[in-house]
Design a protein. Structure first.
Length: 389
């Protein structure tokens, strides 16, 4: 470990006791096991019903490497700091940024009180578990997205607890981030200095609403489809796993084109678990449209791509396209991750993936992507420097 590699997008399996500690009337709003047409489902507000038989499909695919993912070999489910350090060391990782699993959906629960009550329960747990090792762990706080005042209040609270970053939904279809309603939250991020995280697959993206115009959806047709999903349940499709990644375009384009990043130059943001091969085209496309299309667009102080290169960052795991186009993104904007413990992540064979996707890069560029960017963004570099004095 001569290079302190940082995985900028990892996860934890939260204890069930966190949601079980909610008041009874809110516990009833959480996902429940239900029987329907002879099959078992997990159902509840905020996420599509999931047929439990679906979760067993991976059995025929599992090999020795895959048994080390999804906490199959970690009885602590990623909750014990020492166990996490040992697991990550096997993959050459020294420090990590930790996102939720269950609470990725909880933060999009369609009830204000549920979000407002559940978010601090998770945040308090994470800072208690991992806050004592800031040189190795950055837990990511979750913010409510139904009520902006709630989000602002929780952001200020977690900043006082020592969090360095907080996440909100990658998409809020009923109030896109291009709307000025969100300005108080962006100001709060600037005031606290915390990094704003948009992690994809945070509930709303699975409904594909970002790819549809809500003004043109016949409500009867929408309700009919909703009923079909309620009956059939959720099935994994490439439209979710791949389309969900590309949906990170949404906050990037909304924040840029609306002039939000002009008004909030100290707002720093991360697009997480979305890979980056699509990013050079998007940055170039924004510049081209801003240059050519002189009606219907806000006048910006900078070229659209310059805002990302001033304020934005992105995580990648196994993206050879992004690494071939790294000069069009900027190595100081990219942070690598092994996405532990997810099946689609690179653990425990990250070294092979890094060699395949970054083998053509010079040493300085590889080190920037594997450590330098995340070390600067999350403050690891200052902690390590202070410890060595």
């Amino acid at each position: 470990m001569t290079l302190r590699v940082i995985s900028a997008d990892n996860h934890i399996s939260e204890p069930k006791s966190l949601l079980e500690s909610l008041p009874e009337h809110l516990r009833a709003m959480d996902r429940q096991k239900v029987e329907r047409n002879g099959e078992s489902y997990l159902d509840g507000p905020g996420l599509r019903p999931m047929r439990l038989a679906y979760t067993e499909r991976y059995d025929g695919w599992v090999d020795d490497d895959e048994r080390q993912r999804e906490f199959r070999d970690d009885e602590s489910k990623g909750r014990d700091p020492d166990t996490r350090l040992a697991m990550q060391a096997k993959d050459g990782v020294y420090a990590e940024v930790i996102y939720p699993n269950t609470f990725m959906g909880v933060m999009n629960h369609p009830n204000d009180e549920f979000q407002r009550t559940a978010s601090p329960i998770y945040n308090d747990y994470m800072i208690e578990q991992f806050g004592g090792r800031p040189d190795r762990f950055v837990p990511v706080a979750v913010l409510p997205s139904m009520n902006i005042d709630d989000a602002v209040a929780e952001l200020h609270r977690v900043a006082g607890l020592g969090f360095r970053t907080a996440m909100i939904a990658a998409s809020v279809p009923w109030l896109p981030y291009s709307e000025r309603d969100w300005d108080p939250l962006w100001s709060a991020f600037e005031e606290t200095g915390l990094l704003c995280n948009f992690h994809v697959f945070t509930g709303n993206l699975c409904q594909f609403t970002e790819f549809a115009d809500p003004l043109n959806i016949p409500l009867d047709r929408l309700e009919a489809y909703r009923e079909r999903i309620r009956i059939r349940g959720f099935e994994e499709v490439l439209g979710t796993t791949v389309g969900g990644c590309v949906a990170a375009m949404s906050p990037l384009i909304h924040l840029t084109g609306s002039g939000t990043l002009d008004r909030h130059p100290d707002l720093r943001f991360v697009l997480a678990e979305c890979e980056a091969g699509w990013l050079p085209w998007t940055l170039a496309g924004m510049d081209r449209m801003q240059r050519r299309r002189h009606y219907g667009l806000n006048k910006l102080e900078l070229q659209p791509s310059e805002y990302f290169r001033r304020q934005g960052y992105i995580t990648i795991s196994d993206d050879e396209i992004a690494m071939l186009l790294i000069d069009h993104i900027g190595a100081d904007r990219v942070m690598w991750s092994n996405d532990y413990p997810h099946d689609e992540g690179t653990y425990p064979t990250s070294g092979e993936v890094i060699d395949r996707t970054m083998g053509h890069l010079d040493q300085a560029t590889r080190e920037q992507v594997l450590s330098g960017t995340a070390a600067a963004v999350y403050g690891f570099d200052k902690l390590w420097a202070a410890a060595s004095v």
